[in-house]
Write a protein that binds this ligand. Structure first.
Ligand code: ATP
Length: 197
């Protein structure tokens, strides 16, 4: 049975980098689907101003339209307090005990994993499929995670320089993000007046 990809993030907003990661994971790893899961309360970004869950969820729904294999999950939308990935993975496994899961993640986020809640338990629950980011050395990244018992495979693809932070800045300056994000998502951002102030 093909595995299901779990791809969590803040997605504030979803951008071309996220879509490339999800589509390449889906195609290269032969996954049944990739679930894009907006975090309700991204505890690693505490203190930062983050758009409401409903906006981030809606932008993802718009972004996956017409993209086979990509689905949005609101599994973290119902939870209070910090939303930990280990709880999400456990819940998905409980709901589908026969299912196999992999965690789809960017290299920069993977490097923060030693600080994650119950990370060793998480790494026993599912292997990682990782997309390179920022041109950083992958050997050290791999060593850190395998040292915690993690299993890693790498997704092939071009370095994607886009980030949600840079897009929020561009939009605030009134610059059209062009191909850095789907135009349908940018229309939603404009309609809702997101990131303007
Ligand atoms: P921000 O700039 O606000 O920190 P971000 O662009 O990193 O946001 P997130 O929603 O925090 O976006 O990222 C979700 C996941 O996608 C993380 O695993 C992150 O590493 C990965 N990711 C985001 N952008 C890229 C990219 N350009 N290349 C590879 N992975 C990415």
């Amino acid at each position: 049975m093909a595995a299901i990809g779990i791809y969590g993030g803040t997605f504030d907003p979803v951008h071309a980098g996220h879509i490339t990661v999800a589509e390449r994971a889906f195609n290269q790893c032969g996954l049944a689907k990739v679930l894009l899961i907006p975090a309700k309360n991204p505890w690693l970004k505490e203190g930062e101003l983050i758009s409401e869950f409903n906006h981030r969820h809606r932008m993802l729904e718009i972004a996956v339209q017409g993209r086979p294999g990509l689905e949005v999950s609101s599994i973290e939308g119902w939870r209070d307090g910090p939303t930990y990935t280990v709880d999400t993975v456990q819940q998905l496994r409980d709901e589908d005990p026969e299912g196999e899961f992999v965690l789809v993640i960017g290299q920069d986020s993977m490097m923060t994993m030693p600080r994650w809640h119950r990370v060793e338990e998480l790494l026993t629950l599912c292997p990682l499929v990782v997309y390179k980011r920022d041109g950083e050395d992958t050997v050290d990244a791999e060593r850190t995670i395998t040292g915690l018992g993690g299993r890693i495979s790498w997704i092939e693809g071009p370095l994607m320089e886009v980030s949600a932070t840079s897009l929020r800045q561009l939009i605030a300056e009134g610059v059209d993000p062009g191909d850095r994000m789907p135009s349908s998502v940018y229309s939603y951002v404009q309609q809702q007046g997101l990131y303007t102030g």
